[in-house]
Design a binder for this molecule. Structure first.
Ligand code: HEC
Length: 358
């Protein structure tokens, strides 16, 4: 009898585990059986990826068609070119996300979401240990699902987002909170997003902001930018990849709090953005100052729903809905581009150990 009970328990546990794997841990992608990647260093691939980085870091939104042309040509030359596939996914995402740069937003802008879904999925199949990809893939699914009224795809994207949190908390929590920040402030997921941001902030930047604000400010001010670290903690300070990560992170957290109604705490987060060591070189200081000045007024403004294709000013919406939704973290000022990062050895920093994390 005892044996049977033990056996049945084992069966239940095993079924549960298999069920968990299928429901929560599996990731569906457009490409089905692709896992062979290559580290391509052909002239065409190197140039296309270099062009991507230069243009992305300079915030040249208008150059996106040229970036896509070069990356796509490199993809046609070798469809297993890992870095090229990554950057095709990210560039399509950028095109969609910062669409407010366009004079008017065409309906076909949504095609970038579908293509991001394809390329990010393809890259993820080749490198499933990079949870950064999973975070973006999750967002692409949620966006495509919402645009096409596909509840199943939205749910799939959400579950992938939770998996990306399990796989790489510090990146995943911010990322899912960012994706979900477009939801109405009354949605239960908005509360969840605030919790994720609070947890990540406590873990990565400073415990106990409420009672130790001055210490937190000092700690952030001393976060030297990362130019060599390739371990997971590299995503916390500023770096060559995201030269104003700290500023963008706290601007977003401030926006989320303001939208929730807690504009006073929101202002504290905006103040923390100002502590970043490179703040003086950040191109969006004025946007931040406007947010600090108008925090209380912005509660209503940030809650307003924005229709597809509607144009909004950068001061009138939360970060994700604006033309600076990627560049707050990723853009270098012209001065930084020409001097500080001019001789940066990108090739040795973004090597295989950067992409293939343990
Ligand atoms: C809050 C800051 C922040 C925002 C906003 C942000 N990112 Fe990032 N991004 C990061 C960080 C941090 C990393 C990880 C850097 C690392 O791995 O060292 C990253 C990684 C990347 C990479 C690197 C891929 C590679 O080859 O390693 C790309 C490309 C990228 N983000 C594009 C985007 C796009 C497009 C958007 C807008 C939709 C965006 N990011 C919004 C902080 C941000």
């Amino acid at each position: 009898m005892k044996k049977i009970i033990v056996l049945s328990l084992l069966v239940i546990v095993a079924t549960g585990l298999i069920g968990f794997q299928i429901v929560f841990n599996s990731v569906s992608t457009v490409n089905q059986s692709k896992n062979k990647w290559e580290w391509v260093e052909s002239e065409q691939s190197l140039q296309a990826n270099q062009f991507f980085w230069d243009q992305f870091h300079s915030g040249n939104y208008d150059t996106i068609p040229a970036i896509l042309e070069k990356l796509t040509a490199a993809y046609l030359e070798n469809p297993n070119d890992l870095k090229t596939i990554y950057h095709l996914g990210f560039t399509h995402f950028w095109a969609l996300s910062e669409r407010q740069h366009l004079d008017s937003v065409p309906g076909t802008i949504i095609d970038h979401a579908t293509l991001a879904l394809k390329y990010l999925g393809e890259a993820y199949k080749m490198n499933p240990d990079d949870a950064r990809l999973l975070s973006f893939l999750s967002a692409a699914k949620i966006i495509v699902g919402s645009l096409s009224n596909d509840e199943g795809l939205i749910k799939d994207g959400y579950l992938n987002g939770l998996k990306s949190i399990r796989d790489w908390k510090d990146f995943g929590e911010f990322s899912l909170a960012y994706t979900l920040s477009r939801l109405p402030h009354t949605d239960p997921n908005s509360q969840k997003s605030l919790e994720w941001m609070e947890e990540t902030t406590e873990r990565c930047y400073c415990e106990d902001i409420d009672s130790k604000l001055e210490e937190c400010k000092q700690k952030i001010a001393q976060m030297a930018e990362n130019t060599t670290n390739k371990e997971r903690e590299r995503i916390v300070p500023n770096s060559w990849v995201a030269p104003h990560n700290i500023e963008g992170y706290f601007m977003f957290y401030g926006d989320l709090l303001v939208k929730s109604g807690d504009w006073e705490k929101g202002k504290i987060m905006y103040q923390l953005a100002k502590q970043a060591p490179d703040y003086a070189n950040w191109d969006y200081k004025e946007v931040l100052e406007n947010r600090i000045r108008n925090a209380e007024k912005n509660v209503e403004l940030f809650r307003k729903e924005i229709a597809n294709g509607e144009k909004v000013n950068v001061d009138q919406a939360i970060m994700i809905n604006t033309s600076i939704s990627c560049r707050t973290c990723h853009q270098m000022s012209k001065k930084e581009f020409d001097t500080k990062y001019a001789g940066f050895d990108q090739k040795s920093y973004l090597d295989q150990s950067f992409y293939f994390l343990d």
